[in-house]
Design a protein around this ligand. Sequence first.
Ligand code: ZN
Length: 196
Amino acid sequence: MDRYCSECGTEMLRQQLGGRERPACPACGHVVWSHFSLGVGGLLVHQGRVLLVQRNIEPNAGLWTLPGGYVETDENLNQTVVREFKEETGLEVRPTGLLAIWQAPDSTSNSSWCVFGVELTHENQALSPDPVEVRQALFLKPTEAAAMEGIGTWSRWMTEHYLPQDFGLRHQDIDAAIQPKLKNPRTALFSVDLSR
Ligand SMILES: [Zn+2]
């Protein structure tokens, strides 16, 4: 990883920068500071059943997980969970709160997963899983889901611990007095509800 410069293609050297050794380009000065990745998952409980999808693609083809995926650079976490549900299951959902953050740091990368509670935006929606990414999608009783062979570790943990989902951090409208002062107008805030 990071053998060649992503900016100019020159072979990278290891340099002591900011307290540790990092890949640095001797030609253009580009430095690889860190590899972070950010994903979201969603826990949908409908009529007492939780939705799981079985992955159809690598890595982890065959694994049962909560629907979810990686955050694009131009979307906030709420938007990712809505988009991924639509893509993977065909369902339109709205997030009800941020329930948990899983983080896996190691020596070369640092990945985080934010898990939201979600609800259907309206009743009578049909499951229509993406045939490329998803092998099957099923609503299961929480006890059945947790006992499922091939369920992912954190999906099982979320299924066992986060029912019902009437709590968590919520996506907040940012105060109109503060909004113009933010450098990025897309800045999103997830917080406990301060108005209650
Ligand atoms: Zn370079």
